[in-house]
Ligand binder design. Structure first.
Ligand SMILES: [Zn+2]
Length: 234
């Protein structure tokens, strides 16, 4: 990273950008270039699979811009904890093409994953809100920060299995009247297990939303070495 905090061309060269070929539902990149599958193993599995991110009771589609690793983790942390708000603009630009790949309904609104009000007071900003704002500015898509509310912070997720993470995040969110009939694109910084996004999607569906997709800046990929940085859950 350069002194200004901007990423040098060498830095960008080390970033793993996620693109086709990938699972058409959840965006998981296929390692094999000549991949002919449409869905990854988990999206193609029966509905109840806890690791499954997409489906009727979950997300319609999901895309992420980059792999979450030693190169990108410090940037994500710098926005979340370091007041590096300028990074939101960069992340917003990175999300333009994943957003297009979602093929969301034309009336879809960008909805940042809400922070618990107490956390918002402590931190003064919601990093997902800043990213969603930047993406809205760059694409002209409407921003919706009202249709989903968080009424409790999610306890630490690290070390929990997928089922426990889902239970942990379940019930943390409620949709407001604005969700009814709407199409939403959830915006978050990192996808780890997806439990938070699934909890958001379920809340919106309970509020009668008709379509729920998601974009995240980074995604923890299977087989990637977990970056040596612990991200506290919010
Ligand atoms: Zn998939």
């Amino acid at each position: 990273m350069e002194k200004s905090g901007a990423f040098s061309p060498e830095g960008w060269g080390q970033v793993r950008f996620l693109s086709e070929p990938c699972c058409q539902a959840c965006g998981l990149p296929f390692e094999d270039e000549a991949h002919e599958q449409v869905l990854c193993v988990s999206c193609a599995a029966p509905r109840g699979l806890p690791t499954r991110l997409t489906g009727k009771d979950r997300l319609n589609r999901l895309r992420s811009a980059v792999g979450y690793d030693q190169v990108t983790a410090p940037l994500i942390m710098a926005l979340k904890y370091g007041d590096r708000h300028d990074l939101a603009q960069i992340f917003g630009r990175l999300l333009v093409s994943p957003l297009e790949a979602l093929r969301a309904p034309s009336d879809a609104r960008l909805l940042p994953v809400p922070l618990h009000p107490r956390r918002l007071r402590e931190r003064r900003f919601n990093q997902s809100g800043l990213i969603a704002q930047a993406l809205a500015q760059q694409t002209g898509m409407p921003l919706d920060q009202r249709s989903l509310q968080r009424h409790r912070a999610t306890p630490q997720q690290k070390g929990l299995g997928p089922q426990a993470r889902l239970r942990n995040a379940a019930g943390a969110f409620t949709a407001t009247d604005g969700a009814e009939g709407g199409a939403f694109i959830l915006v978050d910084d990192v996808l780890t297990s997806g439990a938070t996004l699934i909890a958001c999607a379920r809340a919106l569906r309970r509020g009668k939303a008709r379509w729920v997709g998601a974009v995240t800046v980074a995604r923890v990929l299977p087989n990637s070495k977990d970056p040596d940085i612990t991200l506290p859950e919010v």
